[in-house]
Structures are given as structure tokens and as C-alpha cells.
Design a protein around this ligand. Structure first.
Ligand code: 5SP
Length: 229
């Protein structure tokens, strides 16, 4: 996985048809997804439950781009090796999920994955200041995590601050929650390069009408065209 700051769209399969993940992943990739975003929730760190390592392992053969796994779980450390074995390319842990994010990011890299750190809306950018050399991605939540389809919370000031703090480091800024053609330009102009979108990509489409996924992604891309991150 090489580093670039071009805007990337990472559809969240939380909004896909849960009875049909393999075909849904193939459909979004065929329609132009740059990454595939997988939301892991434990019913404890967030009030919802989704997938564990066996499901992520089952997704792996279908993902030809980058499997971007977002852990909304606590604790994280006991499960890092399981997600490496399941085939995650990027593994993101929340800074709020435990007292030792420094150790967690080291362990994720040691397991052979790219390391991401996520920030809830109430957490300041400074919470990750001292781990930026251990991170490949900072995920800025623009909703309180747990569910798709929520209203975007404006975190542009935090994104700008992070872009400043990151400087020349090869660290992606990913935005997660409420991203659509209306909000995407705000976060891209502030310095984000990875746009996670669930409802805005999957709405109106299906594996029988995958061209709708393509239209939805093109609408997001058109909205950020010309923005240099
Ligand atoms: O992590 C999460 C929610 O916790 C997200 O990845 C959402 O799934 C994004 O969904 P939309 O807000 O785009 O519908």
C-alpha cells in the first residue's frame, strides 16, 4: 500500500446488504471505491454490534483494494493478531478505547498492518499529538460512533489542526460519519484525504443496481474536484 494524498472514497459496508457482503464488496469496487471500510462494533465501546475476525476473514478474498478495519471496541490489544490473521490492511483503534494507544499502535504495526487512530467528536486533536510517528492514519469521527445514517458534526477546525500537526508525515486524515456531496468539500478543504461514506454510497443501489453506487461515488468525487489536500 503506497501513500498518496489524493482523495479516496471508502464505502462503509455497514450500509451494505448484510446477507450479501461478498457481492456488495465486489460491486462497490467495480464501481470505483478506493478502499473498503469495515466497522467493527462490540456493543460495549459503542451501542451496536457488527462483525468479528471470522467475518473480516470472509470479506478478505473479495477485497481487491484496501481493507480498512475500524475497531469500535475495547479492549483492542487482545484482538490485534486476530485482525492481522483475518487480513486487515489498516487497523484503526480509538484513542478513547484504552489507556495505552502508544502501545496499541506499535502492536498493530508489529503485526504487519498499517496503524490508524480514531478520535470521537468530543476528543481534541492534541490527544494524538505524541503518537503521530506511530500512525499511518488519523480517523476523525464526524458522528458519535455506533450507527450509520447520522447527521454530520462539523469537525473542520479539528481536521485543520491535525493537518498542521501532521506536517510532512505520511499520515492520512480519514473522515467518518455523515459524509455526502454536501459535507465532503468541507472536510476535504480542511485537509482530509480519505472519505468514509455509508448511506451516501449505498442509498438507492443494490447488487442488482450497482451503477447507483457508482453514481453516488461520482457525486462525492465531483463535489471535491479541484480540492488539493
Ligand atoms: O463508523 C461509523 C459509524 O460509527 C461509520 O463508518 C458509518 O457507518 C458511516 O455511515 P454514514 O454516516 O456514512 O451513513
Amino acid at each position: 500500500m503506497s501513500f498518496d494524498r489524493k482523495i479516496k472514497i471508502a464505502p462503509s459496508i455497514l450500509s451494505a446488504d448484510f446477507a450479501n457482503f461478498g457481492q456488495e464488496i465486489q460491486a462497490i469496487e467495480a464501481q470505483g471505491a478506493d478502499w473498503v471500510h469495515v466497522d467493527v462494533m462490540d456493543g460495549h465501546f459503542v451501542p451496536n454490534l457488527t462483525f468479528g475476525p471470522p467475518a473480516v476473514k470472509a470479506f478478505r478474498p473479495h477485497v481487491k483494494t484496501v481493507m480498512d478495519v475500524h475497531l469500535m471496541i475495547t479492549p483492542v490489544d487482545p484482538y490485534i493478531d486476530a485482525y492481522a490473521e483475518a487480513g486487515a490492511d489498516i487497523l484503526t483503534a480509538h484513542v478513547e478505547a484504552g489507556p495505552h494507544i502508544h502501545r496499541t499502535l506499535q502492536a498493530i504495526r508489529a503485526a504487519g498492518m498499517k496503524a490508524g487512530v480514531a478520535l470521537n467528536p468530543g476528543t481534541p486533536a492534541e490527544a494524538v499529538e505524541h503518537v503521530l510517528d506511530l500512525a499511518d492514519l488519523v480517523c476523525v469521527m464526524t458522528v458519535n460512533p455506533g450507527f450509520g445514517g447520522q447527521k454530520f458534526i462539523d469537525m473542520t477546525a479539528k481536521i485543520r489542526r491535525l493537518r498542521q500537526m501532521i506536517g510532512d508525515r505520511p499520515v492520512h486524515i480519514e473522515i467518518d460519519g455523515g459524509v455526502d456531496p454536501g459535507t465532503a468539500p468541507l472536510v476535504a478543504e480542511a485537509g482530509a484525504d480519505v472519505l468514509v461514506a455509508g448511506s451516501a454510497v449505498f442509498k438507492g443501489g443494490s447488487v442488482s443496481a450497482p451503477e447507483v453506487y457508482g453514481q453516488n461515488m461520482r457525486a462525492i468525487r465531483a463535489a471535491v474536484e479541484g480540492v488539493l489536500v
